[in-house]
Design a protein around this ligand. Structure first.
Ligand SMILES: [Zn+2]
Length: 106
């Protein structure tokens, strides 16, 4: 078993319309996509080490969308994603990300 990552090392905010979320995200990076159309997503690699890509629809600022998560980018550049994330396939991990730090639920 690979050692679970407990902290994401960096945040990549993508606001360029030409940039695309990675198909294979870096294991230590939280990707936040923000487009000008009220459409936003976050992508991370599962912190348990299983390698699966997790894509989260984020609640846009200006739309009553049904997205389930919100992402807060703090002054120090870290990210908090709320509420917690539970994978529905593979490892079944349940965790939250608060200021880049992974907290596990059992
Ligand atoms: Zn996993």
């Amino acid at each position: 078993m690979p050692t679970p990552a407990k902290t994401y090392g960096q945040v990549c905010v993508m606001t360029d319309p030409g940039s695309r979320l990675p198909r294979i995200p870096d294991a230590s990076t939280i990707y936040i996509e923000e487009t000008g159309e009220g459409h936003a997503r976050a992508v991370v690699r599962c912190p348990c080490g299983c390698g699966q890509r997790i894509e989260l629809p984020l609640r846009p600022v200006n739309a009553n969308d049904e997205a389930d998560w919100s992402a807060t980018i703090h002054d120090d550049g870290t990210v908090t994603i709320e509420p917690s994330i539970e994978t529905t396939r593979g490892c079944g991990s349940h965790f939250s990300i608060e200021r880049n730090v992974v907290r596990w639920y059992t």
